[in-house]
Design a protein around this ligand. Structure first.
Ligand code: TTP
Length: 624
């Protein structure tokens, strides 16, 4: 719960854009004959026609809701078109929806910092764009703007009879305050973006425009579909006065219940009765301050420049009689989930040059003869190794470890009701500015050769991550896949430094003794890059620990394309030029070594020992 910076209040222009009945729109684009008809997307299973996961606005008019099953929807809306989610590997295939979401993001991200918050929603920081629009000409002189902006709902604006005139006046009135003018510019930009999205993708979306993310998110859902809502500062108090606490992001769970039960707070505005000290006393310093700010519509949460997901995940639930009973059945499903996960992280690597570092297994289970309180199946994680076979192998180990812990000393019969695998801690592969990035990009996917049982970590329980995730039906198949789209960040992995340390330790064990660790390190990388007959280069068995044959990175991947030449230029640095803060990122042992070298290099002021780091590392002499 970030504490707001006072200077960031009021002058920011933040938009939250949310696609309307998104999966339905994707299906309607595939089958245009469905447009305008009451339609729902179902995750099919044979129980009562499967669960509805997206409902068109035409169907909503008949009372169809997401909580219904297909059969029920057909009862309230005869003639409803039920479209099944595509299936691959025996489970929902969300790839089409993901890439449709990416199409939209690529349009929305053109006007300011863009944070992809889920498969179908983004935050935009339009402050700079709005400021520059305002600095170019007074709003009242603005020509050629999208009339759609004037259809915005401006909260707090009165005048039901002549609303349009009042909105126009709010946009262009010369006595408007600067902050409102900024929001007006934001609304004009958002209207243009929504129009572009519609023209280029055929999808409609709705938006909220406010001075912070919290208010923008609240507003985007107020008028749907295909509309936008503006929250001027003057309207915040009234908005929050009537907003039930449970509707506020982060108050949907235990904290919201405690506010209701213990403090008698029913709406966010009710919180205004409590002093900051009182709230801090009850809920701790940070949460208390956050609640105090929230009651006033203040939020310091900034839009993070992130258009790619923070993790990849896929899951499957096995409700009722479908519960898995044997390790063989679990393994077979894990294999399928891992295949999908492997494909997705490989695609991410190829397209975005990003590497995932942590593999996590979550499961739900019960013991058939357990009358006591239900113990949760522990989530487990380990360093992620690229290559489908390795991921499958590690997933199995994670499950075995979790199961042993879950059963304890008793050998009860068990059932697994859901399984999911995720890849997280996804980092960019390197630029050349940091040794750390260089190391990660070149070596990490392959650095951890074998997830031994020692590498396996307990995973923190996944956190509640916003209202949409809270709405996930418990028993429907594949919903965990959806959950992973919601920017789940599971903070359970060892620090990067520790991973580097582990990696270096592993390397140390298997490389020639007597060489400096850096030399060993780099000679390992070098030797894994060889010329292939067609002249391109191929990374082969980068795995420095166990020298397995299976290529961890194929020749088509971005890592596979890194050539010796690139390495050379990456390391074409003078010792004097090495930024000390970069060294801080390295494990201590390597830091000492590099610092020692830099000192001696500076002392000697000679090029003989190597005028650049790469020379130094790759030299045959053992002077390092
Ligand atoms: P939402 O944005 O929550 O809903 P929506 O886009 O269908 O409708 P609205 O216009 O009210 O925003 O979810 C986006 C997509 O995510 C939705 O189309 C289907 C999918 N989804 C699930 O698969 N399971 C869920 O529980 C939810 C909430 C959404």
């Amino acid at each position: 719960m970030p504490i707001p910076r006072p200077d960031l209040q009021g002058d920011r222009v933040i938009a939250h854009v949310d696609m309307d009945c998104f999966y339905v729109q994707v299906e309607q684009r595939k089958q245009p004959k469905l447009r305008g008809l009451p339609t729902a997307v179902v995750q099919y299973n044979d129980w009562k026609g499967g669960a509805l996961i997206a409902v068109s606005y035409e169907a909503r008019k008949f009372g169809v809701k997401r909580s219904m099953r297909g059969a029920e929807a057909e009862m309230v809306c005869p003639g409803i078109q039920l479209v099944q989610v595509p299936v691959a590997r025996g489970k929902a295939d969300l790839n089409g929806y993901r890439s449709a979401g990416s199409e939209v993001v690529s349009i929305l991200s053109t006007k300011g910092r863009c944070e992809r918050a889920s498969i179908d929603e983004v935050y935009l920081d339009l402050t700079d764009a709005a400021e520059s629009m305002l600095s170019e000409a007074p709003l009242e002189e603005l020509e050629n703007f999208d009339e759609e902006a004037l259809k915005s709902h401006v909260l707090g604006l009165r005048g039901d009879e002549d609303l349009e005139k009042n909105v126009r006046e709010w946009f262009f009135g010369s006595d408007a305050i600067y902050q409102d003018k900024l929001l007006a510019c934001g609304a004009i930009i958002v209207a243009q973006l929504r129009d572009k999205v519609l023209k280029e993708t055929e999808f409609t979306c709705s938006a909220g425009i406010a001075h912070n993310k919290m208010l923008a998110k609240l507003a985007s859902g107020m008028h749907k579909p295909a509309q936008q809502t503006i929250v001027p500062s003057s309207a915040v108090r009234d908005l929050l006065a009537s907003l039930p606490v449970k509707k506020m992001k982060q108050l949907g769970g235990k904290l919201g219940s405690s506010l209701q039960d213990d403090l008698g707070v029913n709406t966010v505005g009710d919180l205004l009765k409590f002093s900051e000290e009182k709230l801090q006393e009850r809920y701790g310093f940070n949460t208390g301050t956050w609640l105090w700010n929230t009651a006033r519509g203040i939020s310091g949460d900034e839009v993070k420049g992130r258009v790619l997901p923070q993790s990849h995940g896929c899951g499957k639930t096995f409700p009722g009689p479908k519960a898995l009973k044997t390790t063989a059945a679990v393994e077979s499903w894990l294999n399928q989930l891992c295949e999908e996960l492997s494909e997705r992280i490989q695609l991410d690597l190829d397209q975005n040059k990003r590497v995932a570092h942590t593999l996590t297994l979550h499961a739900r289970a019960f013991k058939t003869d357990d009358m006591g309180p239900h113990k949760k199946f522990p989530s487990k994680s380990c360093p992620l190794r690229y290559g489908v076979n390795k991921i499958q192998e590690d997933a199995k180990k994670l499950f075995d470890t979790g199961l042993r812990e879950y059963l304890g000393s008793h050998n009860n019969a068990w059932r697994v009701t859901s399984l999911s695998m995720s890849a997280s801690k996804i980092l960019d592969t390197p630029g050349t500015s940091s040794i750390m990035r260089f190391l990660q990009g070149k070596s990490f996917p392959s650095a951890i050769s074998d997830a031994s049982y020692d590498d396996i970590q307990d995973d923190a329980p996944s956190s509640s991550i916003g209202s949409k995730e809270n709405m996930l039906p418990e028993s429907d198949e594949d919903q965990q896949a959806f959950a992973h789209e919601k920017s789940v960040e599971v903070d359970h992995v060892p620090s990067q430094a520790r991973k580097i340390d582990d990696f270096c330790t592993q390397n140390r064990e298997h490389k020639d003794k007597g060489k400096g660790s850096i030399l060993r390190f780099f000679s390992g990388i070098n030797s894994s890059t060889k010329q292939v007959p067609n002249g391109s280069e191929k990374h082969e068995g980068l795995d420095l620990r166990d020298h397995q044959k299976e290529p961890l990175v194929d020749e088509h991947s971005s890592l596979g394309r890194i050539s010796n030449q690139q390495m050379d230029s990456s390391w074409n640095l003078n010792a004097e030029d090495v930024d000390p803060s970069v060294l801080d990122e390295l494990p201590l042992e390597i830091q000492r070594e590099v610092r020692g070298w830099i000192r001696s290099s500076k002392r000697a002021k000679t090029t003989k020992l190597g005028s650049n780091i790469f020379h130094y590392f790759s030299t045959d002499d053992n002077s390092g």
